[in-house]
Each structure stands twice: as structure tokens, then as C-alpha cells.
Design a protein. Sequence first.
Length: 111
Amino acid sequence: RLEPRWRAIYGDAVKYNGTVLEADTGCGLLRAIDAATAALEFPGVELPAITRERPHAISIRLRTTSLNDLRAILARNDVAHHEIRGHEIPDRVLVAPHAAGNVILDFVQSV
């Protein structure tokens, strides 16, 4: 299990709600979720292939100063992407694993 290992490293910065394990690293948030939760969080994007076999990093959340500029860059470079609007977090742009080293790139607008 990941929880004891993460607690050994991050101490009280680790939280587990029975479904999602999170660790605030001080530089970012590590999250461990099951495949069903991942499918809900990343609708419309196929999960990385190995996620069904064992724990695997499936996404990297990145902040950008402009989602509009990001969309233009992705389109200009023919990088397929998927947009999510109206979910629990602000608008997001997702780049599928096949275009990003077998992880989902999850872009959000920086505040």
C-alpha cells in the first residue's frame, strides 16, 4: 500500500478519504486514485495502458497563465486535446497519454 510509504516521507501532509490518497509535497499534490475514480476525473480521455495492472502515475496537473494560448499552441502543433468545463475544478485542457509519454497532461488556469 502507498499510504504508509507516503506518510513516512510526507507525514501529516498525507490524507486518505477511503478512495483518494493525497500527499501535499510542498511543490505539488500527489494523488493516488483507482481506475473508476480516474475515469470520472478524466472523462473523454483513455487512461494510460499500464494502469489496469499495477499502481502507475497517470496524470500531471500543470498550471498555465492562459488556457486560450495553450489551446492555440496545441492546435498549431496538431496535438490532440480534450477540454473539460463545469466540473469540480476550473476549466481544464487534457492531453491524452498517447501524445504525452503515457501520462495525461492536465492543464488548469493559474490564479
